[in-house]
Design a protein around this ligand. Structure first.
Ligand code: GLU
Length: 443
């Protein structure tokens, strides 16, 4: 079978190919000269499958799309408190290259605007690291997200440095407010080199899917960012990634994303996919015109808006049946299904609470459960142990050991674990009327 996904991507590009609105970035010579007709897309799954269309293998400089990744690397290197001391996490609502600092704290508002990104760049390596060292840390770090060795386009970097008046001003402002103590020219040059790393839409999609997968690169399997840092990066990207268009982007498109003046845009759907597009003509916010339109399309047609409430979760309680066993005890078998998170565990806990008090044996059947997250497991463990305290015999059917009750480290050491219901002898189904009757008889 030929997958319909590449056809879907071809169609999506074709719908926007004729849109020639916007202009290439003009302040970096190589970007001004880039072929404005290029158009490419790649979607990467969390297991590293890449669906591409158009110019997905064409190389361009990463520009501001480097910022979230370098922020992540700095967080890993010096820790959250140190980074927060230097750069805030508040959306600025300003242009990417605004000469601004937070009025009260005197620090850059967030790491997605140039002021914040340069401050973050200055954290790379040992304090006082050289330009060459920081540049190499940035290049090698970005390569880990892409799963291949990326290179720097020195020509792009030289061109940008030649007219970097605004960024030099920002860097000098940071130095004069003691945000960093390094040579401001070196910090701009390092930041410009970081922006000049070459990527393709395919690389960017892999980089995005590394963030979508909790910091694990789908190609190399390497944990590039810890889950906590990864979350920080995504949260900041979602609120600040699109500068003065962040609100419009999040409400209309709803895919946490980052754009760059080279014409790339990448988006991250946590737990689902990484997406990247490339098309050089930009709108007034510095975002690719066709890129934004394609993202809007994907959001609508693939239901990718992050705030779309999920379908009301199909009940995770598949069946809840009562039996009487050969000894005349009331046995309740509660069978669960799917993925159990906190809200699901609340559901189960509510169902476990049996005010009639007629249950003697409680069987929790997890054979159809795919996953229980940490907090749901703790909630269920606590509830089962309370059932035991109430004198109820608790039995688990948990072939995949999702409740981690097998072995010496079990949180429910006494719990009985069975493989098959046959172990609970002589079960007879209790009908509703009989159940009511039994409940009424119980004091
Ligand atoms: N190197 C560019 C600059 O600092 C990146 C801007 C962007 O991509 O938004 O001006």
């Amino acid at each position: 079978m030929r997958s319909p996904i590449p056809d879907f991507l071809d169609e999506t590009l074709d719908r926007h190919r004729s849109d020639r609105s916007g202009e290439n970035a003009d302040y970096i010579p190589d970007l001004a000269a880039a072929d404005p007709e290029k158009l490419g897309i790649c979607i990467s799954t969390l297991d590293g499958v890449k669906y591409t269309s158009g110019d997905a293998e064409y190389e361009f400089s990463i520009q501001s799309m480097s910022k979230p990744f370098i922020y992540g690397l700095a967080l890993e290197q010096v820790g959250l408190p140190r980074v927060l001391e230097m750069v805030g996490v508040e959306p600025s609502g300003e242009k990417f290259n605004e000469l601004s600092l937070d009025k009260k704290s005197g620090k850059p508002l967030n790491p997605m605007i140039n002021a914040g990104a340069m401050a973050v760049h200055s954290l790379l390596g040992e304090p006082g690291a050289s330009l060459a060292e920081r540049t190499e840390i940035a290049r090698a770090g970005l390569s880990k997200f892409a799963g291949r060795e990326l290179t720097i386009d020195e020509h792009v970097a030289e061109g940008e440095w030649g007219a970097a008046y605004r960024n030099v001003a920002i860097s000098n402002m940071l130095r004069s407010y003691d945000v960093f103590l390094d040579d401001p020219d070196e910090v701009v040059r390092g930041y410009i080199s970081q922006c000049s790393v070459l990527v393709t839409a395919k690389d960017l999609a892999i980089m995005a899917s590394t963030l979508a997968g909790g910091g694990v690169n789908p190609l190399s399997g390497e944990q590039v960012l810890s889950p906590r840092v990864n979350r920080q990066v995504l949260a900041v990207m979602m609120t600040c990634g699109m500068y003065d268009a962040a609100g419009d982007w999040m409400t209309e498109i709803g895919i946490p994303a980052k754009s760059g003046v080279s014409g790339g845009v990448f988006g991250v759907m946590p737990g689902q996919v990484g997406i990247a597009t490339f098309s050089p003509r930009l709108d007034k916010h510095g975002t690719s015109v066709r890129g934004a339109k394609i993202f809007r399309d994907l959001s609508n047609r693939l239901s990718l808006h992050i705030m779309d409430a999920p379908e009301p979760a199909r009940s995770i309680i598949r069946r809840d049946r009562r039996f009487v066993d050969s000894k005349g005890d009331m046995v309740r078998i509660c069978s669960l299904q799917g993925l159990i998170q906190w809200s699901g565990s609340e559901n189960v806990i509510r169902a476990m609470d049996d005010p009639s008090g007629s249950t003697n044996v409680f069987v929790l059947d997890l054979r159809r459960v795919n996953e229980i997250n940490g907090i749901a497991r703790r909630m269920l463990t606590e509830t089962l142990s309370r059932l035991e305290d109430d004198g109820i015999r608790v039995v688990l059917m948990d072939p995949d050991n999702l409740m981690k009750c097998k072995g010496p480290d079990s949180d429910l050491p006494g719990v009985e674990i069975i493989d098959s219901l046959k172990t609970v002898k002589g079960l007879k189904r209790v009908r509703d009327d009989r159940r009511k009757e039994m409940a009424e008889r119980t004091p």
